[in-house]
Design a binder for this molecule. Structure first.
Ligand code: NAD
Ligand code: DAU
Length: 354
């Protein structure tokens, strides 16, 4: 094989955001060799990566970041130049029913990667980088005003966000204690193709198409800041290459929507695309028991990323939502595949009790 400039490990590359990051890096940097490490949990799907799987600079390795010996061997074998760490348990509702899984993957798994990187880079960390991909949920919940900045104190309130916050602290601790070259980002809610239909948008798109109830938690008053997933992948690319060591960067869409307003917008788009009279699917709205500890509002101030690295969101929300809906409507088979088997059991447990 031709000499590659950099060997990068991307964890969680078969998940939603990982899929977009892998595709971006593999295509944009033919001189990088990208190894995708993924356990292929319910959320990981190699079908997403079919169009890049045969490229010469891409390789898939199946494995669990919680398995320390496996991780140590993998780092010893490949001696990566960089790590972009996305693998995680990522769904808040699942963290409420099964917190331990989140502690293991998000905390122990991250420490295994940090330790392995520290060992192989102990004598020469020049040009090496550990990039930790995190979430805005570590900052807790906002009231009706204000934004999360990089200086906002951590105040995680769900087992998911507490496990991510803990992993963020460990990443910073490895930087300060061992001099590990790290960078980190905290992003708001992503939307786009390949998102597993347990998250709001793909779940509701699928339910509207199938005339199934739309389970709105509480009164639908909670606010999220939505960013197209491709813009998050671009931010990761910029931060990986130009972010300042030891820094974290907030990434967000400056695009706040109250859940119920977003859901009504989605209904309007889908009714139009499905040839139904606009408003027909409003009758699917079903207000159900609220998520425990449901954070009211997230909103990101991403001016550090914009001013330092020149990043800005490129996909306007109207267009992004249209193209996302089109993707799910055009990829019925993908949806059928990921919603078969285990998914049915999850759905029953998650929604029948509400
Ligand atoms: P996802 O759940 O779609 O994908 C997670 C991937 O990690 C899956 O492919 C899964 O198989 C893999 N994985 C899980 N446990 C593993 C383990 N023990 N070992 C190896 N691989 C494992 O998640 P996502 O939405 O793509 O999120 C990716 C990252 O970005 C996460 O760290 C998440 O916290 C963060 N994030 C997500 C969002 C969002 O809106 N989705 C926003 C900000 C940050
Ligand atoms: O902010 C970044 C985070 O965004 C990421 O770190 C998480 O990995 C990602 O899952 C997402 O978390 P949320 O909890 O905000 O996303 P979710 O799609 O689960 O829910 C979005 C909003 O919609 C939230 O207020 C809860 C509500 N909701 C969700 C579901 C699944 C409903 O009302 N009904 C539902 O059935």
């Amino acid at each position: 094989m031709e000499k590659m400039d950099k060997l990068i490990l991307i964890t969680g590359g078969a998940g939603f955001i990982g899929t977009h990051v892998i595709k971006l890096f593999v295509r944009k940097y033919p001189n990088y060799r990208i190894i995708n490490l993924d356990k292929l949990t319910y959320a990981g799907n190699l079908e997403n990566l079919r169009d890049v799987e045969n490229l010469p600079n891409y390789e898939f390795v199946r494995g669990d970041i919680v398995d320390k010996d496996f991780i140590d061997r993998l780092f010893e074998k490949h001696r990566f130049d960089g790590v972009i760490h996305l693998a995680a348990e990522s769904h808040v509702d699942r963290s409420i029913s099964n917190p331990l899984e989140f502690i293991n993957t998000n905390i122990v798994g991250t420490v295994n990667l940090l330790n392995a990187a520290r060992q192989i880079w102990a004598n020469d960390s020049e040009g090496k980088l550990f990039y930790h991909v995190s979430t805005d949920e570590v900052y807790g919940s906002l009231g009706e005003t204000g934004y999360f900045t990089e200086e906002t104190s951590y105040d995680p309130r769900s087992p998911y966000s507490a496990s991510k916050a803990s992993s963020d602290h460990l990443v910073n601790a490895f930087h300060h204690t061992y001099g590990l070259p790290i960078v980190m980002s905290n992003c708001s809610n992503n939307y786009g193709p390949y998102q597993f239909p347990e998250k709001l948008l793909p779940l509701f798109i699928n339910n509207i198409r199938n005339n199934k109830a739309l389970p709105v938690y509480g009164k639908g008053e909670n606010v999220r800041d939505w960013l197209y997933v491709g813009d998050h992948a671009n931010a990761i690319d910029m931060i990986y290459h130009n972010g300042r060591l030891g820094n974290n960067y907030n990434v967000g869409g400056n695009n706040e929507w109250q859940n119920i307003m977003l859901i009504k917008k989605l209904i309007e788009i889908l009714d139009r695309k499905l040839g139904r009279e606009v408003g027909t699917s409003l009758n699917l709205l079903s207000y159900v028991k609220d998520r425990a500890g449901h954070d009211l509002r997230y909103a990101i101030d991403s001016s550090k990323l914009q001013n330092e690295l020149g990043w800005e969101p490129s996909v306007n929300f109207e267009q992004g939502l249209e193209l996302t809906v089109d993707w799910y409507l055009d990829n019925e088979e993908w949806m059928r595949n990921v919603t078969s088997g285990e998914y049915q059991k999850y759905y029953e447990i998650q929604y029948m009790k509400r």
